[in-house]
Write a protein that binds this ligand. Structure first.
Ligand code: SAM
Length: 328
């Protein structure tokens, strides 16, 4: 069996996971993410085309990345996404291709993505109240999201995770309902503390999920769980092990010591940390004629730049870009 090299950073962390943003556009305007009226999207001439993405991903996978998640912006806004997914899923050495989506267009594309080799999806859902979804996202999108979740289940994505960002005073009262909904629909729930990314992220008050975790443990009779390889979430499960709820707590209890991921934006910038500025411009390298070997060396050098940790708590004003431009 062929063995693949590994990417290890200065702090001994193995970088095996890439979030690949295929667009910075989104059809929603979530209160904590893209500001309403935002116009500063990347120009199409800077978007990596499918051939560039495939070439770069082949290099990343040969270098030690074994999991890729398609994200954005809203990845389903990128035309022909299933075509790209098929090309990436076929890369020798890639163990998993997954997708993060707001699900507004998932009903139409779920089957094609599944057929293309996407095995699992994460879906953003901050509320079970249609009016609240409209208020939080700026769109009357609840019915479409629900149809998307249904389609994801029908075509057999597994697992399906629901991401709920907790916005204090807006949807924090809905946490218990969301737990019950996900338990009853066999979905994994992940509760997320809002991060102070860009002006939009900073408008949301912090929400410490440690208390919520304790409360839910008692209310739903949950016990600690381990979901192997699952990155930055702490999980609880029901005693039968049929339902899991995770807590992504970048503010109250960060998980940087085990961070295994980097992020590539639609315009080919590799970000080494969500909450720091360390980055390497792979688009310019590729478009100025870098060979595969040079790109491989650039990736190894980039991983050396990965910061030890983010500083969302200490310097909440630091990161001006918002999540959708980095690739959430
Ligand atoms: N559109 C896709 C989706 O909805 O999953 C992918 C991109 S979206 C930026 C990825 C995730 O980032 C979503 O779950 C979203 O709720 C989350 N997100 C965006 N801004 C955030 C912030 N300031 N703090 C915490 N999570 C955020």
């Amino acid at each position: 069996m062929k063995t693949f090299p590994t990417l290890i950073d200065r702090f001994g962390r193995q970088i095996s996971y890439l979030r690949l943003s295929v667009t910075d556009r989104c059809d929603l305007r979530c209160a904590y993410c893209i500001p309403k009226g935002f116009r500063g999207f990347e120009v199409p001439a800077h978007w990596l085309n499918f051939a560039e993405i495939e070439r770069l991903m082949a290099i990343f996978v040969r270098s030690g990345v074994s999991r890729i998640r398609l994200t954005g912006g809203e990845p389903l806004l990128r035309a022909q996404l299933p075509l790209l997914a098929r090309r990436l899923a076929a890369l020798p050495g890639l163990e998993e291709l997954s997708l993060s989506t707001n699900a507004t267009r998932l009903e139409d594309h779920a089957q094609a993505l599944r057929d293309a080799g996407v095995s699992r999806v994460n879906i953003s859902l901050d509320s079970l109240i249609p009016e609240q979804i409209k208020c939080l996202t700026g769109q009357d999108a609840f019915a479409k999201i629900m149809a998307g979740i249904d389609a994801a289940q029908q075509v057999g994505f597994s697992p399906i995770k629901i991401n709920m960002v907790i916005v204090p005073g807006v949807n924090d009262r809905e946490i218990d309902d969301m737990v019950a909904f996900c338990r009853d629909h066999r979905l994994i729930l992940r509760l997320i503390e809002p991060m102070p990314m860009g002006d939009s992220g900073r408008t949301i008050a912090p929400h410490d999920l440690q208390e919520t975790r304790q409360r839910l443990t008692q209310r739903f009779d949950l016990i600690p769980a381990l979901i192997p390889g699952d990155g930055p979430a702490y999980y609880l499960q029901d005693p039968e092990g049929t339902f899991n709820v995770g807590f992504i707590t970048p503010i109250s209890r960060h998980f940087c010591a085990t961070c295994n991921r980097v992020r590539l934006t639609v315009d080919g910038i590799l970000h080494l940390c969500l909450g720091q500025e360390a980055r390497v411009d792979f688009r310019t390298l590729m478009r100025s004629g870098a060979s595969d070997e040079e790109l491989t060396l650039a990736l190894r050098a980039a991983v050396e730049l990965k910061p030890e940790r983010h500083e969302f708590r200490e310097f909440p004003e630091k990161i001006m870009r918002f999540m959708s431009s980095t690739g959430g």
